[in-house]
Design a binder for this molecule. Structure first.
Ligand code: FES
Length: 69
């Protein structure tokens, strides 16, 4: 039986590799046979629960209080 592994990527997604079944509405339309799935753990993906790479974009920064007039 093939193994399933989950790799936690630093500042990135969970990479789930192996014979896993994706179920639920978010999985609809996903081509079967994908052996590696990246699941968002930063909360910034527009394609949750999947990672869309948004974790790599710089976060919007708030203006510093000391910079206010
Ligand atoms: S971990 Fe990649 S978008 Fe959230």
């Amino acid at each position: 039986m093939a193994e399933v592994s989950i790799t936690v990527v630093d500042d990135g997604p969970y990479l789930v590799t192996g014979p896993v079944a994706l179920t639920g509405p978010e999985a609809a339309g996903r081509p079967p046979g994908h052996r590696t799935v990246a699941l968002c753990r930063c909360g910034r993906s527009a394609d949750k629960p999947f990672c869309d790479g948004s974790h790599a974009r710089p976060r919007a920064t708030r203006p510093s209080r000391s910079a206010a007039p």
